[in-house]
Structure formats: structure tokens, C-alpha cells
Design a protein around this ligand. Structure first.
Ligand code: IMP
Length: 429
């Protein structure tokens, strides 16, 4: 019996929510290990629609949810989310939600700096979610973050706030944005401390106990490999590592606990925010994919950019992300197209290349080299077995497997939880 780690292989929004929800029902504990409330997904359970950003999905299934040390926690956003789902009937208590006491906090200064910097970047803006994720990770690495455990030590908090404000107010003033007083931040923290502290604990220790007891752990990644701060389309990325290796360091478990790595890939590609996107479509087909796939950002509501499946990028995500198998989602969005394109390589300045370059200039100049396949007229929406799929759709999936050098172990054919074709149960691997 293995644990499972789920990561995105494209630029996020691959439909992780549904897959994670499905897997959560077979797990005992669901762990978030990176990112923050920049992530977002919608879970439909019966007649309830849950919108989650920071809370691990397992809570919806009555499982223990864990926020690991690799996550940056906005305490206000967290409490708002807890209040919302509690209002919908979920039970969120320190018994069901464990938050790492060494997780760094996102404070109001972080969001303010994120937005002020984006405004100042002009045409080179990253298109962040504006929620302070980047500045909070910067503070962690610069060793000036306020962590949850600091809330229990007023004397520590006092000098740490001075250090934090010295840095942030200098930057905010330089950018012409409003600065913050120590009192403002103290008031903010005083208000949230009594609610937040009871959830905090030594997550690594509890996870180790769970491992010894043979409990199944699902690690729920946020964002995706192409947004990874090292392996993605830097600088148009998020500020954390999103690959499966981080499930270990971001929650305090051994690398061997990561288990089966399920990479989620959409049957086409989307991206929100700025940055290179070789297979992006600016034509009617792109608009059709966006409309059929309901491609609007869950967090910001921005329309997603749409394009063809890029096998080269996913092959890379499979390799650097340690992907054992792929869950292919939204195949039904391609139903009825005459022809389907798959990117199998690139051309850069007249030269054929087989991997995606690292420098931003080259990344924006690459032209995709496509292989085309006939589409299918039948609908794949709602298929629950391989036999229900049109032959041409099966050929498309098989070709993808060859190109990305990984098996498709799960196929999702509609937003409904049960419209899923399972080739291999990742927990049984
Ligand atoms: P940040 O994470 O808010 O700093 O944003 C950096 C980049 O990552 C932007 O392009 C965002 O649109 C993108 N991003 C962050 N979180 C997500 C997500 O959950 N899905 C898709 N894109 C995301």
C-alpha cells in the first residue's frame, strides 16, 4: 500500500480538484505542502459546491486535512474559508485540521507589496494572483518571516515585526504605495491568534505517527510544474517548487513517503497570467476550447489562455516531477473537432529543438512543431469505461502516452466525480 502525490504538469488548473477529491475518498489524511491561497478549486459533492483555496480537499470527505510547513498561510483567508465551509456543514476542528507551526504567515504587507510591484512592472508583469504569495516566500528565505509558532511568543513577535517592517516599508514607500505601522500588524495578529494557534502542531511528528500506523496519505500539490520556481517558465512562475519532491520537505516526511506520483494533464493546454505559451491559440478554436472547458480562473476569474496539448512540456514535467502515471482530464472538450494538434517539438530561430529552452527570450520565440490527428464526432463526455470511448479518442490517448513517456492511469470525462476511467489504482501500486 502506497501514498499518492498529485501534481499539475502544465500551468495549473488541470482539473486537480476532481481527481484529488476522488482520491481523498480512499485516503485517511490529505496534505497540502506548497503554495497558498493562490490555488483554487471547486468541489461538487451532492448538492453542495465547495470552493477551496487553502484547505486540503480531504476535509470535504471527512478526512484529516493538513497544511504543511511548505505552505504560506494567510490567516484571514484561512478563517474566511473555514467559516464558509463550516456554514455548509463541514466540521473543521483542531482534530480534523492540522497546521504546521513552522509555516510562514502571509500578512497584509505581502499582498500590498505583490500588487505594488506588479503595477510597477508594467509590460513585464507576471500576472500574479496579487495575494502576497511571492513576498511571503521571499521573507521565508530571507529569514524574516513571521511563522505561526511566533504568535505564541509576544517578545519574539515584537522584534520580528520591527525587522519585517523595516524591509517592507522601505520597498512600499519606494514604490509609492501606502506603508504599514507596527500597530496595524499587531492588531491583525492579535485578532487571528486565538483562532489560529489551536490548529497548529508539529505536523511532521503526527505524519510520522500516521505512517507507522499504516494510514494512507494523499499529498495535494497546487499550481503545476510549468509554474515551478526552478523548472517552470521563469520568471513567469509562482514562488514555490511544485514538483513531487517537495511533498516531503513541505510537510516534513521522508522522500520515500511521496509514493505514487500522479501528474494531472488536461487533454489540451491552458494558462492564466503572463508568460510564454508555445501552443496558445488566438483563433476561434482557442475560444471554443475556452468556452467548452469553462476556462476561467477559480481564484481571479480571469479568462484562461487556451491551446493545443504540448507533449514536449509534459514529457519534461514527467521527468522532473517524478511522475509515475498521468490523469488525463477534460478529454470531452475536444469532442467534435475535425482535427487535433499535438506539439511534438519546436523550432527556434530556424533550428529544430526537442526540449523547451530556459531563457525567457528563447521561450517566447519557439514555434511549435505539430503532429495532427483526426478528431472524433462521438461524445466522450460521461464515459466510464475504455469501451465507451470512440476509437479515435483512444488513439489520441495512446499517442499522448508514447510522446510523454508515461502511462495514462486515469481518464476524466466530465466534471462529475464518477465519470472517471481508472486504469490503475494509484493507492494499490
Ligand atoms: P502567484 O502565485 O500569485 O505569485 O502568481 C504567479 C503565477 O502563477 C501567475 O501567472 C498566476 O496566474 C499563476 N498561478 C498561481 N496559482 C495558480 C493556480 O492555482 N492555477 C493557475 N495558475 C496559478
Amino acid at each position: 500500500m502506497s501514498n499518492v502525490t498529485v501534481i499539475g504538469t502544465q500551468w495549473g488548473d488541470e482539473g486537480k480538484g476532481k481527481i484529488v477529491d476522488w482520491l481523498a475518498s480512499r485516503a485517511d489524511i490529505v496534505v497540502r505542502f506548497q503554495g497558498g491561497h493562490n490555488a483554487g478549486h471547486t468541489l461538487v459533492v451532492g448538492d453542495q459546491v465547495y470552493k477551496l483555496s487553502l484547505l486540503p480537499s480531504g476535509l470535504v470527505r471527512g478526512k484529516i486535512g493538513v497544511i504543511g510547513n511548505g505552505v504560506v498561510v494567510d490567516p484571514k483567508a484561512l478563517m474566511t474559508e473555514i467559516d464558509r465551509v463550516t456554514g455548509q456543514g463541514l466540521v473543521v476542528t483542531p482534530e480534523t485540521l492540522w497546521i504546521a507551526e513552522n509555516a510562514p504567515l502571509i500578512l497584509p504587507v505581502h499582498g500590498a507589496l505583490d500588487r505594488a510591484r506588479e503595477a510597477a512592472r508594467g509590460e513585464h508583469k507576471i500576472g500574479t494572483t496579487g495575494r502576497g504569495i511571492g513576498p511571503a516566500y521571499e521573507d521565508k528565505v530571507a529569514r524574516r518571516a513571521i511563522r505561526i509558532c511566533d504568535l505564541a511568543e509576544p517578545e519574539t513577535l515584537d522584534w520580528k515585526l520591527d525587522e519585517l517592517l523595516l524591509h517592507h516599508n522601505t520597498l512600499l514607500a519606494g514604490l509609492g504605495a501606502e506603508t504599514f505601522t507596527k500597530e496595524q500588524l499587531k492588531d491583525f495578529l492579535t485578532e487571528i491568534t486565538p483562532r489560529l494557534l489551536p490548529f497548529s502542531c508539529q505536523v511532521w511528528d503526527r505524519l510520522d505517527e500516521a505512517r507507522r500506523a499504516g494510514r494512507r496519505i494523499l499529498f495535494e500539490g497546487a499550481q503545476a510544474v510549468m509554474l515551478d520556481v526552478d523548472h517552470g517558465t521563469y520568471p513567469y512562475v509562482t514562488s514555490s517548487n511544485t514538483v513531487a519532491a517537495v511533498a516531503a520537505s513541505g510537510s516534513g516526511v521522508s522522500p520515500s513517503s511521496v509514493g505514487f506520483v500522479l501528474g494531472i494533464a488536461k487533454a489540451y493546454t491552458t494558462r492564466v497570467g503572463e508568460g510564454p505559451f508555445p501552443t496558445e491559440l488566438h483563433d476561434q478554436t482557442g475560444r471554443t476550447l475556452g468556452e467548452r472547458g469553462h476556462e476561467f480562473g477559480t481564484v481571479t476569474g480571469r479568462p484562461r489562455r487556451c491551446g493545443w496539448f504540448d507533449a514536449v512540456l509534459i514529457r519534461r514535467a514527467v521527468r522532473v516531477g517524478g511522475v509515475s502515471g498521468i490523469a488525463l482530464t477534460k478529454l470531452d472538450v475536444l469532442d467534435g473537432l475535425d482535427e487535433i494538434f499535438i506539439c511534438i517539438g519546436y523550432e527556434l530561430d530556424g533550428q529544430k529543438i526537442e526540449t523547451f529552452p530556459s531563457a525567457p527570450g528563447a521561450q517566447s520565440r519557439v514555434k511549435p512543431v505539430y503532429e495532427t490527428m483526426p478528431g472524433w464526432k462521438e461524445t466522450t463526455a460521461g464515459a466510464r469505461s475504455w469501451a465507451e470511448l470512440p476509437a479515435q479518442a483512444i488513439k489520441y490517448v495512446r499517442r499522448i502516452e508514447e510522446l510523454i513517456e508515461a502511462p495514462v492511469t486515469l481518464l476524466s470525462t466530465s466534471p462529475e466525480r464518477d465519470d472517471t476511467i481508472l486504469m490503475r489504482d494509484p493507492f494499490e501500486d
